[in-house]
Design a protein around this ligand. Sequence first.
Ligand SMILES: CCCCCCCC/C=C\CCCCCCCC(=O)SCCNC(=O)CCNC(=O)[C@H](O)C(C)(C)COP(=O)(O)OP(=O)(O)OC[C@H]1O[C@@H](n2cnc3c(N)ncnc32)[C@H](O)[C@@H]1OP(=O)(O)O
Length: 229
Amino acid sequence: MLRSCAPRLRTLGALRGLTGGARPAVGDAGPALRLFSSEKFIDKDRSLPNPSWSKEIRLLFDQFMKKCEDGSWKRVPSYRYISPQDSKPTKEEGQMSRARIFSRSYDDGLGFEFVMFHNDVEKRTVCFFQGGPHLQGPSGLLHGGALATMIDVTGGVTAVMTGEFVMTANLNINFKRPIPLGSVIVINSQIDKVEGRKFFVSCDVQSVDEKTLYSNATGLFISLDPEKK
Ligand SMILES: CCCCCCCC/C=C\CCCCCCCC(=O)SCCNC(=O)CCNC(=O)[C@H](O)C(C)(C)COP(=O)(O)OP(=O)(O)OC[C@H]1O[C@@H](n2cnc3c(N)ncnc32)[C@H](O)[C@@H]1OP(=O)(O)O
């Protein structure tokens, strides 16, 4: 039993390691950005343009990279693998060493293509997302679970950027309009309230021209209690 839990514990160790040991102060985005430090990952940064990106998402990427120049916005790096911990894995744990972050588990263009930008002063994150062909739900439309994943990740990043490592406790999603597969959508997420370890986040999902509200959502993210290892 303990053995079968080992890979999970190791992953949790890796995740806890993201905070670098000390718990950074809420509101300090410097340490928060270091949660995404490439030292912890064995992979290239996947939130940069690749040939599968449409013109539309590239344009949005370029616009926001410009906004990063004065430091008000920061691009959030994103990786596929977390660096393996310590010793050589056993055979059964070896399988786990192939673990990928779900939202980065597809090859370029087939699944979740996205980039996020965070504004620390406004405590909000914007995500530009292009859902690939392997994310189909109803014919020609994006699967609701794929959208839920992106809402979860965007909300989670918004909370994580305060400097805490959080887990999702609750998500409530209203699916208002279907999303054409392959289209680019904009997910805006902000922190509405912080109560102790609880981060209340809201999200809306819109078309690029802001004419269509595809979805709105609220989420509760809870930072891990150091007393409850
Ligand atoms: C994790 C992978 C991420 C990989 C990325 C790494 C690199 C990039 C870095 C960063 C990106 C961020 C993007 C992440 C996006 C993906 C996130 C996920 O998929 S997370 C997996 C799904 N979620 C779970 O599996 C949680 C399972 N649940 C738990 O583990 C616990 O329930 C937990 C930690 C959420 C809370 O447990 P407690 O023991 O610490 O806290 P208690 O004492 O139960 O609750 C504290 C307060 O919160 C309320 N609370 C707890 N759960 C609630 C709920 N569901 N609804 C409402 N209130 C709730 C309680 O009533 C309590 O409130 P009162 O302090 O008394 O006022």
